[in-house]
Ligand binder design. Structure first.
Ligand code: NCW
Length: 447
């Protein structure tokens, strides 16, 4: 037994994303996104699921805000659906879309919950994809225009902003591995897109500064820890390359104004170094106010020639796994946070996502998700270790408030601390919800 205690000023929250929870896909003038197209193309999403209804939060946001209020959290991270605001990606604004987010934000503020807004959580307007999507530099400017519109509209109401969620997923998972929308498998395309996403981030930050928007802005890369199988230099190097794909590739440009050499070498070897234009790196390396860290898992890795892009193979050494088949590796969370402070300095950090997939169901009105409680305890303990080691943690947001549309896995994988019955849309608070509520209230828990 040990008491793990957090500072009083620490913010506690939960996170979601528009396409995963809103539903109302064809209502109030929303345009289509790449996820509508992708999920409706047979074979892409498990069971042929799509986000047409999802958790129906578009209509049930008041109920969801009450769930948050009872939980006692003081920050809620949600994303804005770009095609709800600009159905064609650019041009005409859809007032009804804006109104929905005003209603949501007003409801949050009236209930004492601070909104944290993500501008891009993967739902690119299909109209922009039709013109090349993130491969086309015009999409970068379209994003900056969309961001500017939202900044002007919500300045003073929303004070915490995230430009882009998990740029690795948007680029590599979606355009190289190909399991997320738009589903391409082309490395050069993916590296170009990663560069354009960073540029879009930088341009949005520049607009934020020009408009003197009140509040703070950052982005939310996904991180992962790779522990070398042995102390052999080749294992260590392979793990560093593997982590470099998530960390250095997306952090160095923002914090150092350049891409990491060791990663450029890898991509170059495959004829896939991104096309960079004069002035791009200055835009990308705008000063940001905080970084959002998403952390879920870590693995053991070892050198194996041609095993993948990085001559790296993951080795299953028997760690316990969540129902997503991701290793439970809380030490990696601690190590990632220390690595980031070590390499990029003393930046304020929000944990913008951390949580676990467990598919426990409702039995007699209760969901006994002890696995998720254990996961949260272990990861919050790692977070506390990082804080005690000097990492400036401002807040922690659990992924996710609700079970939701888990992208390529459809409704099959459940990350929520609140269960959603996708037939009736009934919400049932899980045991982890009550555990988190107690932790948020006390500011500590007993390990
Ligand atoms: S990376 C990922 N997730 C989950 C999702 O619900 C959320 O929107 C994301 O920000 C939880 O956190 C992030 N899902 C994609 C998983 C696919 C990973 C497959 C890797 C294969 C190499």
């Amino acid at each position: 037994m040990a008491i793990i205690e957090f500072p009083k000023e620490m913010k506690w929250g939960a996170a979601t994303a528009a396409y995963q929870i809103e539903g109302a896909a064809l209502e109030d003038g929303r345009g289509l996104s790449i996820w509508d197209t992708f999920s409706k193309t047979p074979g892409n999403v498990l069971n042929g699921d799509n986000g047409d209804v999802a958790c129906d939060s578009y209509h049930r946001y008041k109920e969801d805000v009450q769930i948050m209020k009872e939980l006692g959290i003081n920050v809620y991270r949600f994303s804005i659906s770009w095609p709800r605001i600009f159905p064609a990606g650019t041009g005409e604004i859809n007032q009804k879309g804006l109104q929905y987010y005003h209603n949501l934000v007003d409801e949050l503020l009236e209930n004492g919950i601070e909104p944290m807004c993500t501008l891009y959580h993967w739902d690119l307007p299909q109209a922009l994809q039709d013109q090349g999507g993130w491969e086309n530099r015009k999409t970068v400017d379209a994003f900056a225009d969309y961001a500017e519109q939202i900044f002007k509209e919500f300045d003073g109401k929303i004070k915490k902003w995230i430009t882009i969620n998990e740029p690795w997923c948007v680029s590599f998972l979606s355009n190289f591995i190909g399991i997320h929308a738009p589903g391409f498998q082309n490395l050069k395309l993916a590296t170009d897109i990663s560069h354009h996403l960073l540029l879009a981030h930088g341009k949005a930050v520049a607009r934020f500064r020009d408009l003197k928007v009140e509040g703070s802005i950052g982005y939310a890369p996904n991180t992962e820890w790779l522990e070398p199988f042995s102390s052999k230099q080749e294992d260590i190097d392979a793990c560093n390359r593997g982590m470099g794909w998530f960390i250095e590739w997306f952090f160095d440009p923002v914090f150092k104004g350049q891409y990491p050499h060791f990663m450029l070498e890898v991509f170059d070897k495959h004829g896939a170094a991104p096309a960079i234009q004069a002035g791009d790196m200055e835009i990308i390396s705008q000063k940001i106010d905080f970084v959002g860290i998403n952390y879920y898992t870590g693995s053991v890795g070892r050198y194996k020639k041609d095993a993948d892009l990085f001559d790296l193979e993951k080795v299953d050494i028997g760690y316990e796994k969540t129902d997503f088949d991701w290793n439970i590796y809380p030490e990696g969370f601690y190590k990632v946070l220390l690595k980031i402070k070590d390499q990029y300095g003393d930046i304020p950090v929000y944990i913008t996502e951390n949580g676990a997939c467990y598919n426990d169901e409702v039995e007699n009105g209760r969901v006994k998700d002890q696995g998720r409680i254990d996961y949260l305890k272990q990861h919050l303990t790692s977070l506390k270790r990082a804080m005690d080691s000097g990492v400036q943690i401002k807040g922690y947001l659990a992924w996710s408030l609700l079970d939701n549309f888990e992208w390529a896995e459809g409704y099959h994988k459940r990350f929520g601390i609140v269960h959603v019955d996708f037939n009736t849309l009934k919400r049932t608070k899980k045991d982890s919800y009550y555990w988190y509520k107690q932790t948020v209230k006390n500011g500590w828990f007993d390990m």
